[in-house]
Design a protein around this ligand. Structure first.
Ligand code: ADP
Ligand code: MG
Length: 455
């Protein structure tokens, strides 16, 4: 039982740092096959996954396991089910029977609507940061297609957009009015479109979408720059919109800030209702944490909850990750951790010193975020589209990579250090005072520190 929970802890940790698609690709069907003499053996479904786990994720996997079981010295990966893996360890090859590995990752997803039943209004905590978005979503479920169309939600990573979007879907599905609905991420939509074009089934796909009463597209910012997808999405959008069918969208930023989004789509997105989700305050974070603990049937004292809520501030996914970590600890050691243990368990979320980055990664993340070519940051250009990203880059080079001002100037096309100072001070002044700047910085930092994830 302990190995199962240990692996669960690893999975919930990895889930936080990877995109859903990556997580599913690399961790579906994996489990711990054995834990022998300081060596943990993980069974994986195929050689491809084995190679990736060994080369790309082993460090992280090891770190989590080692955090729980300090006596563990190595993690090995073997292909096949648990029995095969155990046979490999015991060098008993008569037992070498390939098994089907379980698919637990997508267990909660409805095949037709693609909704995860876990995300409901009932499990969503309303606070000042998401009040408007919540009210708009709820209104949409009662007025499908008639009031706010499209409804466009935006906000930073891990703040509850997917949860709300799916809650809309689950609510409508649960009303028993036989509405056709579908939830999809724009990444998945894009790959479906590419696939359908290749297989010449695009007309069928369009017809399938045209029959919907409610279409929910998550993370729509990813269709930026993808012309063919935008084209097809535009025609589907118009078709549904023309029939008063409801469309709900989410994005990490408002339509006006999505680069390389066709003007006709932007104006469609702006034509309905736009609601943002901000960073939750302490009370809201605490309430969310309590809800999550209750959902998971985990008892934990208020002091600990308060400690977690006051220290993890920017991202609810991290808040939940912290709780998962504590739950895993208590299952493995069969006791609820004390505050000083909680502090240790959460060190990874709280301190930033271990978060190392390079100037290349910063510049690339900034350029990607604003949708400009990397080289433009160092050019002489004074165009507005470049000046602002350049200032943000200068600020981040100082704050995150700790470069000196003369170094910053030279990394950005041999500019004078006074220019770098000016940019730094300007952005510093906006960091807490201007909501947009604050959000942008959070999003860019997410990119900087997730760039190891390969997506
Ligand atoms: P986003 O799509 O904005 O990146 P998610 O919707 O995936 O964020 O939210 C991340 C996690 O935080 C999810 O597990 C979600 O259930 C939880 N969460 C976010 N906001 C709330 C809230 N207000 N109440 C309860 N859970 C929340
Ligand atoms: Mg999301």
């Amino acid at each position: 039982m302990t190995t199962e929970e240990l692996w669960k802890a690893v999975l919930s940790e990895m889930e936080l740092t990877l995109s859903r698609a990556n997580f599913t690709t690399w961790f579906r069907g994996t489990s711990i096959a054995a834990n022998n003499n300081g060596s943990v053996v993980v069974s994986v479904p195929n050689g491809f996954v084995k190679e990736w786990l060994e080369n790309k994720f082993n460090k992280q996997v090891f770190k989590v396991i080692h955090g729980f079981l300090p006596e563990v010295r190595e993690v090995k990966y073997v292909i096949g089910g648990i029995r095969t893996a155990q046979a490999v360890i015991k060098k008993d090859f008569s037992q070498f029977i390939p098994e089907k590995t379980e698919e637990r990752v997508d267990a909660d997803i409805d095949k037709i609507t693609n909704l995860n039943r876990r995300y409901t209004f009932a499990s969503f905590v309303v606070g000042p940061n998401n009040e408007l978005a919540h009210a708009a979503c709820l209104a949409v479920t009662k007025t499908l297609g008639k009031l706010y169309n499209p409804l466009f939600l935006y906000g930073g990573v891990g703040l509850g957009k997917t949860h709300l979007l799916q809650a809309v879907g689950n609510q409508v599905a649960g009303q028993g009015m036989d509405k056709k609905l579908h939830y999809i991420s724009s990444e998945r939509l894009t790959s479906d479109i590419v696939e359908s074009l290749k297989n010449k089934t695009i007309e069928e796909m369009k017809q399938r979408y045209a029959k919907l009463d409610l279409l929910i597209v998550d993370d729509i910012q990813f269709i930026a720059g993808k012309e063919r997808t935008q084209d097809i999405f535009f025609s589907t959008f118009n078709e549904l919109y023309g029939k008063n069918k409801q469309i709900v969208l989410s994005s990490d930023r408002p339509p006006s800030a999505i680069p390389a989004l066709e003007a006709r789509l932007r104006s469609r997105f702006e034509g309905g209702m736009i609601a943002d989700i901000g960073v939750p305050d302490y009370e809201t974070r605490l309430a969310i944490l309590k809800t999550k603990a209750r959902e998971k049937g985990f008892e934990i004292d208020d002091e600990s909850l308060g400690y977690i809520s006051s220290n993890i501030q920017k991202n609810i996914r991290e808040l939940e990750g912290a709780l998962n970590r504590i739950i895993a600890f208590s299952q493995i050691y069969n006791k609820t951790p004390e505050l000083k243990e909680i502090k240790k368990l959460l060190a990874a979320y709280l301190s930033t010193p271990f978060r190392k980055t390079t100037h290349q990664s910063i510049l690339k993340s900034v350029a990607d975020f604003y949708g400009i070519p990397l080289g433009d940051l160092a050019k002489r250009s004074r165009k507005k589209e470049v000046v602002r990203p350049r200032q943000i880059a200068m600020f981040l080079l100082r704050e995150e990579a700790k470069l000196s001002f003369p170094e910053i100037g030279s990394k950005l096309g041999g500019r004078d250090h006074s220019t770098a100072i000016h940019a730094y001070e300007k952005i510093k002044g906006e960091e807490d005072a201007v909501e947009n700047t604050k959000q942008e910085l959070i999003l860019i930092k997410e990119r900087i520190y997730q760039s190891f994830d390969g997506s």
